[in-house]
Write a protein that binds this ligand. Structure first.
Ligand code: GCO
Ligand code: MG
Length: 408
């Protein structure tokens, strides 16, 4: 069996999805996602210039060897661009293998460990009342878990995760007004004064059963993060995400000494080497990597297995930047993983997205129900894709009030 061709498409409804389609001499094809948010042209170029020419003629069933070939063969290892490109190839090869087997992908991992995978939605409010309404909205839709982000009184611009008026949470993550980012102002003192009490009020309003998550988005110093974690301890959060910048693995030690709040980190990690120390030293409770830019299914499964040895559960990244292809790959991992925790879930559900990526994966009462179709269980409509093309976009950049550059 041989790979005969592969193509990359960039574009999508409100997002620059990077979609890889790998064709074979047996008519079976596989799909992969390399949508590195706001840097999408780069994994697309990596695929077109380096990986696709090396794929033609190879046996698609040898996904492990091809992964090693690209990873070791690059000489310069890791990095989100390369890992996103390897990841897309890897997803496509697993898709082909499971289609050949005539099985849904989770069967190749060891079958299903659960019927539905718990997901969380994003509730957002410009103030606390607004946020309470947003939480109630998701609860009414059947969600059992919500991430809560709130505007901070006196903060000159919206804080992380809060949509501007008129914009839905799905739209605000990428600003399509151009490649030069907007700037936001951050004030740690105002955040520290407001947020713990706001979280306590949310718990009082919604009672003990709602799973409440909060994302600090890398904004605090280690000592501040430890203080914050201590302050929110009575709220009983499901998790506190990215309390400190994720590149410093030692930063969480102080927090761990002072608090038992569950910690989630890793949406920016692209390899097992970024989180090995955090996992082995049991400094985290949830791993946030995504198959999209952490080397695909082969590499993420390796991370999940290491996590299982250290009581770390999964909480894969699922911001709208990921296409339904990598969300499908994660749905299969979620169905299997013995150490599954939760899945962030925002991407599916718009009619345009469903038309471009038809699938039978579905959400029921806050649970993701994996499709039983062979392979990843998601398709890609090339005719639909013709209406979309790449649109430049960016994340905001964050500064303190005196102009010092801070972490987005
Ligand atoms: C999350 C994330 C995202 C990121 C975005 C950056 O927890 O969902 O923090 O919202 O900001 O993916 O590209
Ligand atoms: Mg996050």
């Amino acid at each position: 069996m041989k790979i005969t061709d592969a193509k990359v498409f960039v574009g999508g409804p409100g997002k620059n999805y990077v979609t890889l389609k790998v064709m074979t001499d047996q008519g079976v094809y596989g799909l992969g996602d390399a949508s590195l948010n706001n840097r999408e042209t780069l994994p697309a170029a990596y695929l077109n210039d380096y990986l696709i020419p090396n794929l033609i003629g190879r046996d698609p069933r040898n996904s492990e060897d091809l992964w090693q070939y690209f990873y070791r063969g690059a000489y310069f290892r890791r990095g989100p661009i390369a890992m996103a490109a390897f990841g897309a190839v890897d997803m496509a090869l697993w898709d082909i293998k499971a289609k050949l087997a005539g099985m849904p992908l989770y069967q190749l991992f060891g079958g299903k460990s659960r019927d539905g995978a718990l997901v969380y939605a994003h509730a957002t409010g410009s103030d606390l009342e607004d946020l309470m309404n947003s939480i109630a909205h998701y609860q009414a839709l059947g969600y059992k878990a919500v991430r809560v982000q709130c505007g901070i009184p006196g903060m000159p611009t919206a804080s992380y995760g809060v949509a501007d008026k008129g914009l839905s949470d799905k739209q605000f993550i990428t600003d399509f007004s151009g490649i030069v980012p907007k700037e936001e102002i951050w004030d740690t003192d105002k955040y520290m004064r407001f947020m713990p009490d706001a979280l306590a009020q949310i718990r009082d309003r919604f009672g003990p059963d709602l799973k409440i998550l909060h994302d600090v988005h890398h904004r605090l110093l280690p000592r501040e993060a430890a203080q914050f974690a201590k302050a929110v301890e009575p709220v009983g959060l499901f998790w506190l995400e990215d309390p400190t910048p994720a590149d410093d693995q030692d930063a969480l030690k102080l927090l761990r000494q002072h608090s038992t709040v569950p910690i989630a980190i890793g949406e920016v990690f692209n390899s097992i080497w970024d989180c090995k120390q955090l996992i082995e030293n049991e400094l985290i409770d949830f791993i946030r990597v995504a198959v999209t830019y952490a080397g695909g299914i082969t590499h993420v499964k390796r991370i999940v297995d290491l996590c299982a040895l250290h009581h770390v559960r999964t909480g894969f990244h699922g911001a709208p930047s990921h296409s339904p292809i990598s969300m499908a790959a994660q749905a299969h991992l979620n169905a299997w993983a013995p150490n599954f925790g939760i899945q962030e879930y925002l991407v599916l559900g718009t009619p345009e997205c469903d038309a471009l990526f038809p699938s039978k994966h579905r959400l029921e009462q806050g649970m993701m129900i994996v499709s039983d179709e062979p392979g990843l269980g998601v398709d890609f409509d090339e005719n639909e894709a013709k209406q979309y093309s790449y649109k430049p976009g960016s994340h905001p950049v964050v500064r303190l009030e005196d102009g010092t550059l801070w972490n987005y």
